[in-house]
Design a protein around this ligand. Sequence first.
Ligand code: DPP
Ligand code: ZN
Length: 877
Amino acid sequence: PKTIYLKDYQVPEFLIDHTDLHFTLADDMTTVRSRLSMRRNPESKTQDASLVLHGQDMQLQAVTLDGTLLSASAYKVDEESLTVASVPDSFVLECETLIKPQDNTSLEGLYRSASMYCTQCEAEGFRKITYYLDRPDVMSLFTTTIVADKAAYPVLLSNGNNVDSGENSDGSHWVKWEDPFKKPAYLFALVAGDLEFIEDSFTTCSGNDVTLRIFVEAKDLDKCDHAMQSLKRSMKWDEETFGREYDLNIFNIVAVDDFNMGAMENKSLNIFNTSCVLAKPETTTDAAFQRVEAIVAHEYFHNWSGNRVTCRDWFQLSLKEGFTVYRDAEFSSDMGSRTVKRVEDVNFLRTVQFAEDAGPMAHPIRPESFMEISNFYTVTVYEKGAEIVRMIAHLLGKDLFRKGSDLYFERHDGQAVTCEDFVKAMEDASGKDLSQFRRWYSQAGTPQLAVSGRYDEVTSTYSLTVKQSCKTVQETPKAFHIPLAMALLGEAGALRLQLQGAEPNPDSADNTELVLDVTESEQQFVFENIPERPVPSLLRGFSAPVQLHFDYSRDELMFLMSHDSDGFCRWDACQQLGVLALKDMIAAYQAGQDMQLEPRLLSAYQHLLSDESLDKSMVALMLSLPSEAYMAGIMPKADVQAIHIARMTAKVEIADQLQALFLQAYKANTLSQPYQANEQQIAARSLKNTALHYLMLSETEEALALCLAQYQQAQNMTDSMAALSALVNSSFEQQKQQALADFYQRWQSEALVVNQWLSVQAGCYLAGTLDKVKALMAHPAFDIKNPNKVRSVVGAFTANAVNFHHQDGSGYEFLADQIITLNALNPQIAARLLGPLTKWQQYKDESAALMRKALQRIMAQEQLSKDVYEVVSKSLN
Ligand code: DPP
Ligand code: ZN
């Protein structure tokens, strides 16, 4: 496969003003007729070029140029394109092609899911529908006519407005859709099926009435309400927070079962993975309720950050994704607890994105090259991209950031633009210089900040020395501009900050937090009039996506945990104490010694469980030790077995020592009210189920009784799954088998619940899980063509570190087998599942060698897809 470079970008040679599509959907073959009104791009340097359209996996029937049927010698077709040698400056091109959606297992382009037809065109799926200029900087006005059997496909949807419809004498019917907004092909969508819908409406700030519909299979009609409410909240929030108003009178969402991603922001016709839109208390966990709200918001927000203003080329993906993730994170923070949302996001970023940045697939948020763009829908482009936008927001302040986003939307409405255009709008609106800051867009890697502090009693000064460094597998980047939010904590609270050499700030009586501009490889910041030796509170709110090292004593971490006014820092102090405690135990285990639990951690947990004034979600988060994946990421040559054993030993010790407090927390947080997915209830359930988890680790009869009672009486899936998961990971064999059988029996007709049942078993950390996983793959509930099921079994298993990394290499071999199978069926999913194997450098030599061996076996396969080839070849490099 060939590598495509950002530096080679050229404007398109042709433009498509109008795109007229006509689909005839039939069981054996779908006919697509396109009518493209095209002209040469006046901005292109090559004004005599041949016309080259993208297209693959289709059969070309006829090509017409300005009404004249072209002879076969006038054009050329290969695996990936259609070339028409000679065209005038302006012309109409018509193509008729045949495609087979029923055989399309890649789930890109037009395909079937259950009994419906649907599409996924981002990034380059449209070229599997018809020959086209399938690139985001070619924006066109679309009309779409769909013809299908009326009984089987009563609902026919596409982008924009329904402008005409009718019936034919053969039992078919047709609908014509017209989208008044220009868009690139990746935002095209079509759905045909026997669907039902719920409907609501929203009146925009300028008084437009918008009809909102969510289309699902009839059996799921009772699971749409939460998404609808989330949509309405998102529409209102985007008006209030970013001044963005919806621009059509119709907004549709369709739920489909077979979907590679979470959801897709097609203009006015969002298509969602069922797992990201359906929700009701009996079948859906709290976490999934929150995910639905966030993803509905994310896709809706794309209408401005993505659709109205789109990307010039796919290297700019973070322009829309980073910004939109930032927007949805702000929305979720406003809907619930800001601190909890921040902690969850940072924990995810530090565990997953930092690992990507440390591995062979490391790339800047604006990559410079790729073989297959689908491989760059990554945590770096999305989540780190959102952190870069968050830093800009922080550097500019709330009002100037809003001014910048207003300018960006106004300046570029209807255009396909670049990350540079975004930064420029922020600079122009604020007058701030972001030149060094731009390095975040072009350099990969997680910057390391080594910070040390020195207090001088004689001069009453405190000096912070900050050194930054960054290394990736490929290169050593230049110094970043890092906003470092900090405070200095004294016995009685945060101290007033006066930075040496800076103007005193007379306006601010409470000058206790500062954002230091770290821009050099080494810098010193001196604070004056510091009356006592302080404990620094650093990287408050996680003000930059960096790894910070400060040599805190364990007592200082205890102090920060209870005294820092920054919720993120309180949580992080607890995590860092957990890290030190686990490192002790890992070292002891590896040296064949007894593992002793850090007593301070026990007393911190005791305090957390006893203080009723604390936020319950935060308590639950703080009671969770750093994950095995996080530990593996920060320990060179990670020894997964040692990490697992040490962490389990710590947890059992905590469970045994604090049993009475866990029981008390369990009882105090058992709710009697009917289920609501609101902040208070979610917090209470989260603490209660954390307590249950610990209680079950002690494996007492009392805990078992509690757990079984919870399982049997649960009125919602959160409680039901928490109990099932505790049982599955326990040694109560008989009760476990009984609960699993009962659960399946009860929920077998609910695909999303069955997926949770699959995943809780594949994620079981006990020995023998791989055999169970293999058995699950033969279970009628499994289907390798359905990405949600693959993620529930194979994905959950690879996240199950102790089993995936079994020292005999069986986990790696298993994964390689699945990737080889999926490579032929669904390359995107195959490449995505490869993730855990690519991180082989993180692990101890014996594991790394076996992981490489599995990668080499994949590499030796013939007919590797571009997707899999790119990831495997880069990982083995
Ligand atoms: N559908 C994916 C998302 O919204 C890609 N745009 O992030
Ligand atoms: Zn997105």
